[in-house]
Design a protein around this ligand. Structure first.
Ligand code: ZN
Length: 243
């Protein structure tokens, strides 16, 4: 039996209501990457009562994660706890009404079907484009809606991919950018985009308007400038062409 009081403040919204809350409770989300984006995304989806949350991440908690990955605490670093285990503990403590699964594996094209499965929405909370391209290909070829965000420094971008309707990650960024060394990042910037991914997933699950379909949101939090640009499908995209 769902504790309605927990969700009372969002049930008040006409876009949610009692029926929308039931939809959230029956929904499933897979979050790939439980770091700077995935931590806040998972927290807000769990708090909102999204009934089934699946987390995928291969790594243990490291000290340099703690400036932004707020699901993970000092103790998790000291015990080298897996990020998916650390996240499961916190999310269950936050909301025992929902189901949280964790898979400690690195996603690639071969294991994507087993790891991601077929949720209502997938969240790209990754930190590299090689894995993003594998996730994108799996989601696009299986018709799975994918919320994409990427952050670096003070900047971030976000869009939501509806396979067959909108551009995909390969249309946007055909080749993985070359990069050496760790990505510089302000924790609050990752947090901002992670929260927005959760919000975008909730809207997508509820079928609400205003989702970033075919639009790319770009934010620079140093300059505090935001813009949304229309993004087109690439008719020659090797991933989504013909879909
Ligand atoms: Zn494409």
């Amino acid at each position: 039996m769902t504790e309605r009081k927990r969700y009372a403040r969002q049930i008040l919204l006409p876009e949610v209501g009692e029926s929308g809350q039931d939809v959230l409770a029956g929904a499933s989300v897979t979050i790939v990457g439980v770091g700077g984006l995935g931590s806040p995304a998972a927290m807000y989806l769990a708090a909102a009562g999204v009934g089934n949350i699946r987390l995928i991440d291969p790594d243990p908690v490291e000290l340099s994660n703690l400036n932004r990955q707020l699901l993970h605490h000092q103790e998790d670093y000291e015990t080298s706890r897996a990020k998916v285990e650390s996240a499961k503990m916190k999310l269950r403590s936050l909301n025992p009404e929902i189901t949280v699964e964790g898979v400690r594996e690195r996603l690639d094209l071969k294991n994507a079907a087993r790891l991601v499965q077929k949720p209502n929405v997938v969240l790209d909370c990754l930190d590299n484009y090689d894995a993003r391209h594998d996730l994108n290909r799996y989601c696009v070829t299986n018709g799975l809606k994918l919320v994409h965000a990427a952050v670096e420094g003070w900047r971030g971008q976000m869009t939501t991919i509806f396979p067959g309707k909108t551009c995909c990650i390969s249309c946007l960024v055909p080749r993985s950018p070359k990069r050496e060394g760790p990505i510089p990042i302000i924790g609050a910037v990752a947090g901002t985009f992670g929260c927005m991914e959760a919000n975008e997933a909730i809207k997508t699950i509820l079928g609400l308007p205003g989702v970033l379909q075919g639009r790319l949101l770009i934010g620079d939090l140093l300059e505090q400038s935001w813009e949304t640009i229309d993004v087109e499908r690439n008719p020659h995209c090797p991933v989504c062409k013909g879909i």
